[in-house]
Design a protein around this ligand. Structure first.
Ligand code: NAP
Length: 204
């Protein structure tokens, strides 16, 4: 399929075909007059004509983001770290649908009410830091090292990282674990939702 497609199209289209591309408006570019410029900078860096999804952290950029959809620079727009109130407001205020809310979600930070709200509004949820990385430090140990997580992973014959990814997939979420280690990247793709995943937060 890839080869056939490669013969018919140029490299740039192959990237869009094989990958869902998304980017996020950098915090310093949320003023409406800066949004399109910021997206064009990202497109140039990515060597793409458009992305599939462009995210924002603040509603002040909403209209300018919608204009980028009209101009074909992004197929759709979404938000990050919006709570239910903020999301409800932006859905009411804009005619261009907000299709994604990207939020932190893992057993240290369960987001069930917000996830339910997003689903009720047809907003897909992307889970970031699914392995709990932003919480890992000497005073706040790695979620991957939690005894219960390790115990459950062992019982399922998978790694703690795979269990934590499955925890998100089983909730119907898009999950974006980050890794710069090739073996981890391969491992993270090999996750089945049969790794049943509801880790009781009270036990960890
Ligand atoms: N929207 C927002 O406000 C926001 C905020 C924070 C993060 N994010 C996004 O969320 C994504 C992930 O976030 P994150 O980096 O905070 O956390 P993460 O994906 O939860 O954790 C990344 C850490 O886990 C390790 N790791 C990955 N796979 C592993 C495996 N199979 N076994 C063992 N260790 C593994 C990585 O090390 P190796 O590299 O060695 O594998 C890295 O140290 C990023 O794309 C980031 O841009 C978004």
């Amino acid at each position: 399929m890839f080869t056939k497609y490669q013969k018919q199209n140029n490299q740039r289209h192959i990237i869009s075909y094989l990958w869902f591309t998304f980017s996020k408006l950098w915090a310093i570019f949320h003023k409406p007059e800066k949004v399109e410029h910021a997206l064009r900078l990202s497109l140039k860096a990515l060597q793409l004509d458009y992305v599939d999804l462009y995210l924002m952290h603040s509603p002040v950029a909403a209209q300018a983001m919608a204009d980028c959809v009209t101009k074909g620079l992004t197929k759709s727009i979404g938000v990050s770290n919006f709570n239910a109130l903020q999301l409800g407001e932006i859905l009411e205020a804009t005619t261009t649908p907000c299709v994604v809310n990207q939020i932190e979600n893992h057993p240290y930070l369960e987001q069930t009410p917000l996830i339910d709200f997003c689903k009720s509004k047809n907003v897909a949820v992307t889970s970031y830091s699914p392995l709990g990385s932003s919480r890992s430090s000497e005073t706040d140990p790695s979620l991957r090292e939690e005894p219960l997580v390790k115990e459950m992973a062992d019982s399922k014959g998978c790694t703690p990282a795979q269990l934590l990814i499955a925890y998100n997939l089983c909730q119907g979420l898009v999950c974006i674990p980050k890794s710069a280690t090739p073996s981890h990247i391969k491992q993270n793709f090999k996750v089945g939702v049969n790794l049943t995943c509801k880790v009781p937060a009270t036990r960890i």
